[in-house]
Design a protein. Structure first.
Length: 396
């Protein structure tokens, strides 16, 4: 998705329309001078004039369009020539048609939202959409980018070497605002975005909780958009991706298989059953499972399900993971803790004997340790020792 919406571009370029002659410098002329000074600063920083091209940053491409327009307007040239110490106005337009019609401008700036004709209001966006577009577009140079640049370099190297992977963001798979946290990396509009800060929760007009973010981009800019606006931008950009944590491990594939989930939750439950065996071991008896949906919905009818020991349960821990194979992950947990599997037989609702297979006599600390080792890919070198109630290194 582009960083500018149609209204921003229209406001930016309409200032360069041919005006009626005035005797004194008008506010429009002041804006033209300010816009030209932006181009001059770009030249001072990069040692060249801004250029067109899909591989160029959106700001450079906008400056290139602006410079082409200024070169075409005689009155603008007359106004700016005394300031043009870099000889920018004497250059030739590059890949910019004389008319610069709307379709060509849209193609030049790549992926602008809204109607194809930016001078005709065929579609009126909601206030939320406009606010999101404005906040995405309102990026400023990041004054302390030097401290963030090593992070972007490391992430780029990690992706290149496979230490990290990127996953497509899918709205229908439940990518939530809560998935946007400090330290997370995303790819948005062709730029890597880093969530450097998340402000205090605020109440949005629609009643939802929101927060102001500080997002740093790999091109050296930053924005203070709302959390909701970043989520909306990630949804709308069909190429947006989330960057995984380092060494996600063998269960986390870069490409989803048929049974893969875009997001999943490992959940750990404790039973409220009054069965003597359960009551005697309640603090270390846990059910470990994985779901791609809501844990609350999953356990809503626990007291009617023999899998849950025909009793209510409480959630003692959850771990959010992405692009996991649910069956493989669940089986892995059960293999790890097989030595501590609960051996009990209960009667189901119809009086039939039933032996639950997902309950384990394992302390929560050992489960936490197993999750960490699954995430860092080292779990295959460990086994669970029920006598020590911990994971131990395998021999050899």
């Amino acid at each position: 998705m582009s960083d500018f919406d149609d209204d921003d571009l229209y406001d930016e370029l309409k200032d360069f329309a041919r005006p009626e002659k005035t005797a004194t410098r008008s506010p429009r002329e002041e804006r033209i001078i300010a816009g030209f000074e932006d181009i001059q600063r770009f030249v001072e920083e990069h040692g060249r004039a801004p250029q067109h091209g899909e591989d160029r940053d959106i700001f450079e491409r906008l400056y290139a369009v602006r410079l082409d327009r200024l070169r075409q307007l005689d009155d603008a040239r007359a106004l700016l020539e005394p300031l043009d110490h870099q000889g920018l106005l004497s250059g030739e337009n590059v890949n910019a048609p004389e008319a610069l019609d709307d379709d060509e401008l849209l193609a030049e700036l790549e992926g602008i939202e809204g109607a194809a004709d930016i001078t005709e209001l065929r579609h009126v966006r909601s206030a939320a959409d406009k606010r999101a577009a404005e906040e995405i577009a309102n990026r400023t140079p990041c004054a302390d980018f030097k401290q963030f640049k090593p992070l972007f370099d490391r992430v780029a190297d990690d992706i290149k070497t496979g230490v990290r992977i990127t996953r497509k963001i899918r709205k229908d798979a439940g990518f939530l605002k809560s998935d946007i946290k400090v330290g997370e990396f995303f790819i948005l509009g062709g730029q890597t975005a880093y969530v450097a800060e998340v402000g205090e929760p605020i109440r949005a007009p629609n009643g939802e909780t929101d927060a102001r973010l500080r997002v740093i981009y790999s091109n050296g800019t930053e924005s203070d958009l709302l959390l909701r606006s970043l989520q909306r931008a990630l949804y709308k950009d069909e190429t947006s991706r989330v960057v995984s944590e380092p060494s996600a491990g063998p269960l986390f594939a870069g490409e989803a298989e048929e049974e893969d989930l875009a997001s999943g939750t490992i959940y750990v439950l404790r039973s409220k059953s009054d069965h003597p065996v359960v009551a005697a071991n309640r603090n270390i008896l846990h059910k470990i499972g994985v779901t791609g949906g809501s844990v609350e919905r999953r356990i809503a009818n626990a007291r009617k399900d023999a899998t849950y020991l025909l009793a209510d349960v409480e959630v003692v821990a959850t771990y959010q993971l992405y692009n996991i194979n649910r069956t493989k992950l669940e089986n892995l947990f059960h293999r790890i803790f097989e030595p501590a599997r609960l051996d009990i037989e209960i009667k189901d609702r119809f009086g039939n004997p039933f032996s639950p297979r997902e309950w384990f006599l394992v302390p929560l600390a050992a489960i936490n340790e197993a999750v960490d080792k699954i995430k860092d890919g080292t779990i295959t070198t460990f086994k669970y020792d029920p006598t020590l109630a911990t994971l131990t290194k395998k021999a050899g």
